[in-house]
Design a protein around this ligand. Structure first.
Ligand code: F6R
Length: 239
C-alpha cells in the first residue's frame, strides 16, 4: 500500500521491473485510463531496457478516427511505447478500423498466445467493476470481442472528450478469460472514488455482475493501492 498515486506508481513499477529484469523479452498487458499513468511514469524513469519487451493493450474504442488523441492506440504510443523506449512493432492495440471485428479479435487472442501469453497484466478497475471494458454481465470465460460500453463507463470517461456525446458507444476489449490467462495480475488504484470498486473486487462475491471480482480466483495477483483506495478494506485484507 502507498500513501498516494506516486507511491502506487513506484510500488507497482517495481513489480513490472522485476519481471522485465528476469526476462528482457517479457510480455506486458497494458491498461489505459488514469490508474496506470503513475506506473508508466515510474517505468519510464527507470533505466531499464524495454526494447525487447512486448505489450498488448486491453482495449480500444470503436468509431474514433485513426490518430484521435483519445484512441487507445495514441494513448499507448504517447504514455507507454515512446516514454519506455519500446519497439512499436512489439506493441499491440486492438485495431478498430477493419471490417471484420470478430476475425480481428480472434487474431488478437492468437497473437497473444503466439508470444506465450502475458507475464504481467496491469489493470485498473471501473466504477461498475469492469476490467478491460468487460462490463457487468460479461462471461468469465469471454475472449476478445466487440462490446457496447455501459452508460456509467461513458459518463466516467466523458472527462477525456469534448462532450459526453463524443464518447464512443462500443469498443474492442480483451475478454475476462483472456485477461485471466495472464501469469500475474497487477491491479492498481488510487483515489477515494476507487474505494468501493476495490472493496467489491477484493472482498465482494465473485460474480460476473462485478467482473473485477474474478481476480480473487487468480493464483498470482498483486494489488497496489493508495490510502484512499484502500479505505474501505477491512484489516484482514489489507495489502
Ligand atoms: C482501460 C481499461 C479500463 C480502466 C478503467 C478504470 O484500458 O482497461 O478497465 O482501467 O475504466 O479507468 P481509470 O483508471 O481511468 O479510472
Amino acid at each position: 500500500m502507498g500513501k498516494d498515486a506516486d507511491d502506487v506508481g513506484r510500488l507497482a513499477a517495481e513489480i513490472v521491473l522485476a519481471v522485465v529484469r528476469g526476462n528482457p523479452a517479457a510480455v506486458l498487458g497494458l491498461a489505459t485510463g488514469s490508474s496506470p499513468l503513475p506506473v508508466y511514469m515510474a517505468l519510464a524513469a527507470s533505466a531499464l531496457d524495454f526494447s525487447r519487451v512486448s505489450g498488448f493493450a486491453l482495449d480500444e474504442y470503436l468509431g474514433l478516427p485513426d490518430g484521435h488523441p483519445q484512441s487507445y492506440a495514441e494513448v499507448i504510443r504517447t504514455v507507454v511505447t515512446e516514454p519506455l523506449g519500446m519497439d512499436p512493432r512489439r506493441v499491440h492495440v486492438p485495431d478498430p478500423h477493419g471490417t471484420d471485428h470478430a476475425a480481428h479479435a480472434a487474431d488478437y487472442d492468437a497473437a497473444l498466445a503466439a508470444v506465450g501469453g502475458v507475464d504481467v497484466q496491469i489493470l485498473g478497475v471501473g466504477s461498475n467493476g469492469h476490467i478491460g471494458f468487460n462490463e457487468p454481465g460479461s462471461a468469465f470465460d469471454s475472449c476478445t470481442r466487440v462490446v457496447p460500453l455501459a452508460e456509467r463507463t461513458r459518463q466516467d470517461n466523458a472527462r477525456f472528450f469534448d462532450t459526453p456525446d463524443h464518447v464512443p458507444r462500443e469498443c474492442l476489449t480483451q475478454g475476462i478469460g483472456t485477461i485471466f490467462g495472464a501469469r500475474q495480475l497487477l491491479l492498481v488504484a488510487h483515489g477515494g472514488h476507487k474505494a468501493e470498486p476495490v472493496r467489491r473486487a477484493l472482498q465482494g462475491p465473485v460474480t460476473e455482475d462485478f467482473p473485477a471480482s474474478i481476480i480473487q480466483r487468480h493464483p498470482h495477483v498483486t494489488v497496489v493501492l493508495d490510502d484512499a483506495a484502500a479505505s474501505l478494506l477491512g484489516d484482514a485484507a489489507a495489502v
